[in-house]
Design a protein around this ligand. Sequence first.
Ligand SMILES: [Zn+2]
Length: 69
Amino acid sequence: MKFYAHRLEDQPPENWEPLFTPFGNDGDQCQRDTCPKCASMNPNHGHLNKVAYWTAHFAAEMFPPGPDP
Ligand SMILES: [Zn+2]
């Protein structure tokens, strides 16, 4: 069964944003922290993947490694 993040009115389910895209090295899979589809907010790529990708990038900028100033 395929799960979706939400539906789009007047659009068939194949155009809805998927909830999650499996990780892997194939072009249709999520490339983790270097994923171009997450970076470009691709609408046909996993919603949770994009949330995790951007949360990690924002957190890395807010909390860089090293001692507190
Ligand atoms: Zn991705």
